[in-house]
Each structure stands twice: as structure tokens, then as C-alpha cells.
Design a protein around this ligand. Structure first.
Ligand SMILES: Nc1ncnc2c1ncn2[C@@H]1O[C@H](COP(=O)(O)OP(=O)(O)O)[C@@H](O)[C@H]1O
Ligand SMILES: [Mg+2]
Length: 243
């Protein structure tokens, strides 16, 4: 059977630095996979290769068996891969609704359809009451939800989340965890999530992949992965047990 998503021996270099070094992984339809690793491990670069920001030097990116490596970002988005950015970047001078509309128009030319889809997503993310607010005036937590709304408006089948929880407080984190789970449950979206908040990684991930210095160093069920010595050493630090 053709896997939903698979990368094979992927490599992306910046000059002499192998930011993504011979990485392979498979993700099944409907899975939520957590991608963890210390700063500089290559997680965001991996997302950039998957979404077509960079062409890999080597390797394949297979979506339902089709190699999409090196295709343009618009093309990859149209094929159903959506993403959020680690640094939120909404169009600050546009309203919340217009921000989501820009994304929704990638799927339809009809104003009515795009507006309906955008409002539906804003309701889903509890941002509908903010639809007329300028994005610049949102709190960080609301900007993160808007980022998610914009990604969902492109109607992805596969969603890459880059540190959606960074900078949020405890309550906001719990709410976003619930949202991520609902994105899978209600919308049937498969998810690969880069996340540093371990409590969230443990809760949402069916499986965790660990990267360090460009390489995949471990993968498996969350409880097992966080106990592996190489993971503790690379990522969690010696004081994980006390955290
Ligand atoms: N555009 C770039 N040019 C040069 N080096 C880069 C670029 N983007 C990332 N890097 C380097 O690649 C490595 C991986 O970075 P990144 O993918 O952002 O890691 P992570 O998201 O895991 O923190 C780092 O050493 C980083 O400095
Ligand atoms: Mg990153």
C-alpha cells in the first residue's frame, strides 16, 4: 500500500552545513506525529523542504506516492500540504477575516464560497467575533489561532505546525492542544507538529520523531522516545527527570 506521506534520505545543505542530513520517515493518514529536537536540529528546514521553500540536494518527499520534492510552494499547497510558521506573520494591516480570505482564495475564485469557508474556520477557532479586527491588534494567542485559521483555509490534508504553542500561557496551551486534536478529528487532517512544550507533545502525539544536528536520532511512541538515553542527552538535558 502507498503510504500517506513518506520522505526518503532527504538532505538539505546550507554551504557546508547539512541542516537536514539523510532523514527518512513515514506518516500514516490521520496520524499526529510530534517532531522534537534542540534548536538548530533542522526541524524548520525540514518543513521548508517539504513545503517547497527549498529544493533538497538529495532525497524524496512523497505525498501519496507522488514525489513533490522541488515543486513550487503554491503547487505543494494546492496538493494539500498546509503549514503554520514559527514566527507568526499575519498581514497586520488586514482584518482577521481578510487574512483568512487570502488563504481561502487559493481554493476557490468565488467570493461567497471563500467567505463562507473563512467564517466557518474562524468559528471553529473561536475567532469569529474578531473577524473585523485588524490582525495587528490581536494578542499573541489570537495571532497563533489566526495562523492556524490561515493554514486551514488552504484546505490541507496534511498540516505542518511549527511551534504553535511557543509563548502561550498554560490555559492557552490547553486550548490549542484541544484545537489540534479537533483539526484531526473533525477535519480529518494528518499532522506533523514541531513542539517544545513536552506536556503537549506527550499528549497529542501518536508517535514522536527526534532530530539532532540534521539527523533523525530516534522515533517511536512518546513515552518510549523520551526515555531513550540518546534523546535525553541530545534534547531534554540531564535535568529532564526533575522537570
Ligand atoms: N537560510 C539559512 N541559511 C543558512 N543556514 C540556515 C538557514 N536556515 C537554517 N539554517 C541553519 O540550519 C540549521 C537548522 O536550523 P533550523 O532548521 O531552523 O533548526 P530548528 O528549527 O530545529 O531549530 C541551523 O544550524 C541553522 O543555523
Ligand atoms: Mg525551528
Amino acid at each position: 500500500m502507498v503510504p500517506f506521506f513518506k520522505i526518503e534520505h532527504l538532505e538539505k545543505r546550507f554551504g557546508g552545513l547539512a541542516a537536514v542530513n539523510n532523514v527518512s520517515m513515514t506518516i500514516g493518514e490521520g496520524e499526529i506525529v510530534g517532531l522534537i529536537g534542540p534548536n538548530g536540529a533542522g526541524k524548520t528546514t525540514l518543513f521548508n523542504v517539504i513545503t517547497g521553500v527549498y529544493a533538497p540536494k538529495r532525497g524524496k518527499v512523497l505525498l501519496k506516492g507522488q514525489d513533490i520534492a522541488g515543486l513550487k510552494p503554491e503547487r505543494i499547497c494546492a496538493m494539500g500540504i498546509g503549514r503554520t510558521f514559527q514566527i507568526v506573520k499575519p498581514f497586520s494591516s488586514l482584518t482577521v477575516l481578510d487574512n483568512v480570505l487570502v488563504a481561502a482564495y487559493r481554493r476557490t475564485a468565488s467570493r461567497q464560497e471563500a467567505t463562507d469557508a473563512a467564517m466557518d474556520i474562524l468559528r471553529f477557532l473561536a475567532l469569529d467575533e474578531k473577524s473585523a479586527t485588524l490582525a495587528a491588534h490581536l494578542t499573541l494567542a489570537q495571532k497563533k489561532r489566526l495562523e492556524m485559521a490561515r493554514a486551514l483555509a488552504t484546505r490541507p490534508i496534511f498540516l505542518l505546525l511549527d511551534e504553535t504553542l511557543a509563548g502561550l500561557n498554560h490555559t492557552e496551551i490547553d486550548r490549542m492542544i484541544e484545537t489540534v486534536q479537533q483539526v484531526r478529528e473533525r477535519r480529518g487532517v494528518t499532522i506533523l507538529a514541531v513542539e517544545h512544550v513536552m506536556r503537549a507533545v506527550m499528549k497529542i502525539s501518536d508517535r514522536v520523531v527526534v532530530m539532532d544536528e540534521g539527523k533523525k536520532i530516534a522515533e517511536g511512541p512518546p513515552e518510549e522516545v523520551v526515555r531513550k538515553p540518546e534523546v535525553i542527552k541530545a534534547y531534554l538535558g540531564d535535568d529532564y527527570g526533575s522537570a
